[in-house]
Design a protein around this ligand. Structure first.
Ligand code: 1HN
Length: 342
């Protein structure tokens, strides 16, 4: 004989069958602090280099780009490097063009190898050199082309998982492989690339920075000039790429930064809400993330989930330089930004 079904079980059955759950059943999800499913994870350049090499013969650059996306092992195959960001390593061979398209997620590029290829953004060809930081803001037509005789490699960073979570994904392929490149080459740099002096006659104030190219020579000069300052005990000499008109973040959804951990420097640990992806531009070092050591060197890419305790220690005999993207502007705008500097 079946045991009589208790009133409490009958009640749970009733609500579950009708797509309802008691708060008492899921209360443990109200965690005292963030517990991301994404894990701290490192893709070493020794691996990425091999993937880059094999990709150039293994896959063509069809209508889609030859971008190898970094999927966080904690996120069960989701299209995500962290809960809000996706990073990829993209390869473009001499003579190739990656077909023009636009999407509602915003993108950035950080150039790893190869001189002189371009990303054309809304008609402006932006010529890319190693260390350059390039914007492709939301919904701007863009195509990539390599008219040089060197293979070009860069890191892509996009707010794809955030866009998906907000059900705001739009994507459109251009009718032509190349959108028209009618504007002056590197024109946004000519107009907006003069630091604190910005044109007064341009009336548009886009949410994204109107400057598409932040050149490595300017970045390196700024880091060099600031080297003897104290900097931050938690981040060393950490600089943010800023919106050329407002001084705010370059994109409404992403803060992009570059930092120098000087030879012999070791920072204090901290944790912040929001997730990041780091790319090592120069040098080597060690970061302890939630108690686990990550030894990094030039070319590596590291995913840092929200609220993960982390520090930076230079472990080489030159200054180390890290580039990073994060979703911090979103957390700040919504009142979710917190930091624990203890
Ligand atoms: C994308 O559109 C590009 O435009 C690169 O080059 C990487 C990764 C995920 C989604 C879209 C590009 C991407 C991407």
């Amino acid at each position: 004989m079946n045991a009589p079904v208790k009133a409490e079980d009958r009640f749970h059955q009733l609500i579950h069958q009708n797509h309802m759950w008691g708060l008492w059943e899921i209360a443990s999800q109200m965690t005292p602090h963030p517990r991301p499913e994404a894990v701290p994870y490192q893709w070493k350049w020794s691996l990425l280099k091999e993937v880059v090499k094999q990709s150039s013969t293994a896959v063509p650059v069809g209508d889609e780009r030859r971008a190898m996306q970094l999927f966080n092992p904690g996120l069960n195959g989701q299209w995500a490097t962290t809960n809000t960001l996706i990073a990829a390593v993209q390869v473009l061979l001499p003579g190739e063009v990656a077909r023009a398209h636009r999407h509602s997620p915003a993108a950035i590029r950080f150039i790893i190898e190869g001189h002189g290829a371009y990303t054309a953004v809304e008609g402006e060809k932006v010529i890319m050199q190693p260390g350059d930081f390039v914007l492709t803001p939301a919904w701007q037509w863009h195509d990539h082309g390599n008219e040089t005789n060197e293979t070009v490699v860069w890191m892509d960073g996009l707010d794809v998982p955030l866009t998906k979570a907000l059900n705001a994904m739009f994507f459109e392929m251009h009718q032509d492989t190349k959108a028209s490149h009618g504007k002056p080459v590197n024109g946004s740099k000519a107009l907006y690339g003069h630091g604190k002096l910005t044109p007064t006659w341009t009336k548009e104030r886009p949410l994204f920075s109107p400057l598409m190219l932040y050149s490595w020579d300017q970045t390196a000069e700024a880091l060099h000039d600031l080297r003897s300052h104290d900097g931050s005990p938690h981040d060393g000499i950490l600089l943010e790429y800023t919106h050329a008109q407002t001084g705010g973040p370059v994109l409404p959804t992403m803060s992009c930064r570059v930092q120098m951990i000087r030879k012999g420097e070791k920072t204090k640990a901290k944790r912040v809400t929001g997730s990041s992806v780091f790319h090592v531009v120069q040098g080597r070092g060690r970061s302890v993330i939630n108690g686990q050591p990550f030894d990094w060197e030039k070319g590596d890419i590291i995913a840092l989930p929200s609220w993960a305790q982390h520090d930076f220690a230079n472990a080489g005999n030159e200054d180390a330089i890290l580039f990073s993207i994060s979703d911090r502007p979103v957390l700040e705008a919504l009142g979710f930004y917190r930091e624990d500097l203890s």
